[in-house]
Design a protein around this ligand. Structure first.
Ligand SMILES: Cc1ncc(COP(=O)(O)O)c(C=O)c1O
Length: 386
């Protein structure tokens, strides 16, 4: 079956964050919205059919996640990432952000140091600062080929840090970390007893030619010192169904974590998220292959367009995620002036780079999970104003 990602689906007036909050966020309700990390593509037919079938039953009461649900996730992780995950390692968590916040609360105390590799997804910053933990910035470095981890700095920071939240692959810079990079990081964290929380929500969105390494597959010892989060939500556009998975190989960590989650009653979840996730993990391979080819086409289009028309905009091609991280610093404009030009003149709704950390000043993150015609329109607007 060939899926059609060119179709434009109106999302206005559906309480959709990306479209219906434009006025609040950009001060302009007419920006072309390419910000929040969900897709403008239809959630795939097999996920929607599973939801509709369950919706036919007239009772929407409490439910639990059964064996076929976890078997579907196991099958997916094995097929896609060659990772064998026993059922007992897995537990439900509504969202990955909720999950890593609970890990911060369960495994650190006030004043403890939590390392993040910025620029990085804003909730990584809040996970430490909202709970009075001390945020430690292991900022990424920009090398000739793209973003790299700063291992020398991490060596120093790991001496006193309690936890590191890893974004694998990385949002917004689009790096699919190599096995060697992850091994280096894990070696430093193990030696210093720093617990690694691996957010792997983008792992299925690794682009053609790259390969995701699940952090917990590096070694038995690494598996014993980490908590991993996975979800079908980015991959299959199910974010509104609030369904994700915590994967904890170490029994002691798992018991502590699950006690925490269960005390908050955060382990039950919703019936629609269960059936949509299960269907996606069972049937989603072909759809995902086609999606990744389409997204790669959008990335190639933007890359070629910027090189030909706006050479002052600097970027590295992403290796994973449907986002591009664009550097506008060569325009020599202040952040406020860039924001005004982008939102009011170009009428483009991209994420402001500094929301990902001060390293992102002068950058924008642009979401390319949308029809090619939207991408073309965005590039036209960009060229006219810049
Ligand atoms: C790295 C990363 N983690 C987590 C999330 C959100 O996860 P959830 O909706 O499951 O909380 C996002 C969404 O953009 C993300 O990019």
């Amino acid at each position: 079956m060939k899926y059609d990602f060119d179709v434009k689906i109106p999302r206005e007036n559906t309480n959709c964050v990306k479209y219906d909050l434009r006025k609040n966020v950009f001060g302009n309700p007419d920006v072309l919205p390419m910000w929040v990390a969900d897709m403008d593509f239809a959630t795939p037919d097999f996920a929607r059919e599973a939801v509709m079938e369950r919706a036919q039953h007239p009772v929407y009461g409490y439910h639990f996640k059964d064996k076929p649900y976890f078997t579907a996730i196991q099958g997916w992780l094995k097929r896609r990432h060659q990772w064998e995950v026993p059922t007992e390692w897995m537990s439900f968590v509504p969202g990955v952000v909720c999950g890593f916040n609970m890990a911060v609360l369960a495994f650190t105390k006030e004043g403890d140091e939590v390392v993040i590799q910025s620029p990085v997804y804003p909730p990584f910053h809040h996970a430490a600062s909202s709970h009075q933990r001390k945020l430690v910035y292991n900022s990424l470095k920009i090398g000739k080929q793209g973003y790299e981890m700063d291992f020398d700095l991490l060596e120093k920071q790991a001496k006193t840090a309690k936890m590191l939240i890893l974004c694998n692959p990385h949002n917004p810079v689009g790096r699919c970390w190599t096995r060697e990079e992850l091994l280096h990081l894990s070696e430093i964290c193990l030696r210093n007893n720093v617990l690694v929380i691996a957010d792997e929500i983008h792992c299925d969105l690794v682009l053609p030619g790259f390969k995701h390494t699940p952090y917990a597959t590096l070694s038995q010892e690494v598996a014993d010192h980490c908590i991993v989060f996975h979800a079908a939500s980015k991959t299959f556009n199910l974010a509104g169904l609030a369904t994700s998975t915590a994967i904890i190989p170490n029994q002691e960590l798992r018991v502590t974590y699950n006690n925490y989650v269960e005390a908050l009653e955060a382990h039950l979840g919703n019936i629609f998220g269960k059936v949509a996730t299960q269907a996606s993990m069972e049937k989603g391979d072909e759809w995902l292959e086609q999606l990744l080819d389409y997204v790669q086409g959008n990335i190639d289009y933007v890359s070629d367009f910027l090189k030909a028309n706006l050479p002052k905009v600097k970027f590295f091609k992403p290796q994973a995620t449907y986002m591009m991280w664009l550097d506008f610093n060569d325009y020599g404009l202040s952040e406020e002036e860039l924001w005004r030009k982008m939102t009011q003149e170009a009428q483009l709704g991209f994420n402001r780079g500094s929301d990902f950390g001060q390293e992102g000043k002068g950058f924008f993150r642009i979401n390319l999970a949308c029809p090619r015609s939207t991408v073309e329109e965005a590039m036209r607007r960009l060229k006219t104003v810049f």
